[in-house]
Design a protein around this ligand. Sequence first.
Ligand code: PXP
Length: 248
Amino acid sequence: MPAPPLRLGVNIDHVATIRNARGGRHPDPVRAAHMATAAGADGITAHLREDRRHISDRDIERLANEIQLPLNFEMAATPEMVAIALRHRPHAACIVPERREERTTEGGLDVAGQFDTLRPLVGRLVEAGIRVSMFIAADPVQLDAAKRLGAPVVELHTGSYCDHEGAERDRELARIVAAASHAEAIGLECHAGHGLSYDTVKPVAAIATIRELNIGHFLVGEAIFVGFETSIRHMRTLMDEGRRGAAA
Ligand code: PXP
């Protein structure tokens, strides 16, 4: 039996990073979202950070109104972000940890440790019909906590798998494999992302219980050399090649 399909969510945050370097309108992340659609993306992901360092409130409004693909709104678990999510009703909301001083989302959310704070916020999003995912490390304690919280989806942080090499990378991958099967066993849909590139995507795509990958920085960086559509199409090809090796 073939593995279930693997969706590609294209994260367009860093198109906005380049735009913001000069403060004008170019390059436009909404145009990038349309290009990603044409290149075969299954969804668009954007993170409205508390400091608005890349995606802006206006970008989210335009993405919610103008794109055809499902929007995955990445957000910190704050009342401000919950209010924005409830205003725009994206298809999905991915709850991520956020610290102002970090360069990117450095680790997974401590769902177990912040359970009581997260519960009402996640509850409001779920009640509004938004598909909530929790961005967590590949750790069974966090998966179980996400399940108890009532989130239907988890996204596993692949950053340390991508940052390491050799035996350490293999160990990180084994953790992701184990976490993805634990997610399935307890009835959570499993996604993955962060730091994925042409070099690292295939083994993750080969994990049959992972249903979606969210990829951004590498695709936008590679677009400088080959164009955005080409970078997305090549990533899609590698994902499909990896998926063919999946044990269903
Ligand atoms: N998934 C989540 C939850 C993220 O926060 C990010 C980064 O914004 C990504 C995926 C994509 O990571 P990258 O830009 O490194 O591909």
